[in-house]
Design a protein around this ligand. Structure first.
Ligand code: SAH
Ligand code: SF4
Length: 351
């Protein structure tokens, strides 16, 4: 069995191609260590030892959608809602830039109270700082994506969540998988650096389905891939589903490593959900193919209210100290903080 897995990994390292059956076989193999080592090697070879930091501003936790897994879903009455004002968002971005963050990520629930004009003003204000800007505002129209792009937004993150259409539509009531895909295609046409990704460990999700997810990311092809373990949120209908998150971190790490082997020059974040499931999870991810971290740079009061899932790490230090401490920890594993905007190499080379 082990020799078969080794053979498949050698092929993946050389050709960056695996079939759905081969991916499923590797996902089913109980030990992940061979896989982590292979992805770490490919990561070093293709994107180097730099870890790019993205300063994340979660500016509103209002959402009109009702995804069964997410704490921001509109029917969750247990969450205190907030919206940041334009000047608060710009001040947070300026502080992050001052502390050495070269990319800002703006994320929120699907909150229509921010008009296109307002979002455009925020984009222009942030771009005036000279940073790269990623948006993650959910599904919007082509015209809205175009307006954001023209205002200077560089990147967009929209996870497909799962390529199993039925599972997606069961878990995200009133949302259509076809529209999610259309949004990703619109973003590609508009010249965004496109990030997508999946949730790992959803109810009734199979290894075959995860293998298809990896191939979807490769064939699209995305420039960034965020792979996150599902974490049960007590204030959602999925509260009781795999409460302890058993096996989800290991499985998410495996999906992430296979994504790295098949897409050697994309950016892959060590996701916050990995850290939330197990302290140190993000560092494990960095040593298994990931090359990006997205620390939160908005005020602590807002950070704790943006609760997609429980257990989110809430660092006590200010963002400058956090960055300095992170630099020391990264040095110990032979890594450094990336300089510049840290665009995806896959994007820069036109893939
Ligand atoms: N509203 C936007 C962006 C915010 S949600 C959107 O949905 O695209 C960002 C991501 O959080 C989602 O894509 C989803 O993959 C993740 N997420 C939500 N609930 C989660 C949970 N319970 N466990 C892990 N990740 C979750
Ligand atoms: Fe809203 Fe995004 Fe959460 Fe769905 S995953 S409820 S769209 S914030």
């Amino acid at each position: 069995m082990e020799s078969e897995i080794k053979k498949l990994l050698a092929k993946a390292k050389k050709e960056h191609i695996l079939t759905q059956g081969e991916l499923t076989q590797i996902l089913a193999y109980p030990s992940g260590s061979l896989l982590y080592a292979a992805a770490d090697e490919i990561r070093r070879q293709f994107v180097g030892d730099e870890v790019h930091l993205r300063g994340l501003i979660e500016f509103s936790n209002y959402c009109k959608q009702n995804c069964l897994y997410c704490g921001l879903r509109r029917e969750n009455k247990k969450i205190a809602r907030y919206r940041m004002e334009v000047d608060e968002i710009l001040a947070a971005a300026a502080r992050a830039k001052e502390a050495g963050y070269e990319t800002i990520v703006l994320q929120s629930g699907e909150d229509d109270s921010y008009s296109t004009e307002k979002i455009v003003a925020i984009i222009k204000g942030i771009k005036a700082l000279g940073v790269a800007l990623t948006l993650s505002l959910g599904e919007k129209s082509y015209d809205e994506y175009e307006a954001y792009r023209q205002a200077g937004a560089n990147r967009y993150l929209l996870r497909i969540e799962t390529t199993d259409k039925k599972l997606y539509e069961d878990l995200d009531p009133c949302m259509s998988w076809a529209n999610r895909l259309k949004c990703l295609e619109d973003l590609k046409v508009l010249g965004y650096e496109v990030g997508s990704g999946v949730l790992v460990g959803l109810p009734s999700q199979t290894l075959e389905s995860l293998a298809r997810d990896i191939l979807f990311l490769k064939n699209f092809p995305v420039h960034m891939a965020g792979i996150g373990p599902f974490i049960a949120n007590p204030d959602t209908p999925l509260a009781a589903y795999n409460k302890e998150g058993k096996n989800n971190l290991e499985l998410a790490l495996k999906v992430m490593t296979l994504t790295r082997l098949l897409m050697p020059s994309i950016n892959i974040p060590a996701t916050t959900a990995m850290e939330a499931l197990s302290p140190g999870g993000r560092f494990r991810a960095l040593q298994a193919g990931a090359n990006v971290i997205m620390p939160n740079v908005s005020d602590e009061n807002y950070r704790r209210l943006y609760k997609l899932y429980p257990g989110k790490p809430l660092p006590l230090e200010d963002i400058k100290t956090y960055r300095a401490n992170l630099e020391i920890k990264l040095k110990k594993i032979g890594r450094s903080i990336g300089l510049g905007h840290g665009a995806s190499k896959a994007f820069l080379s036109g893939n």
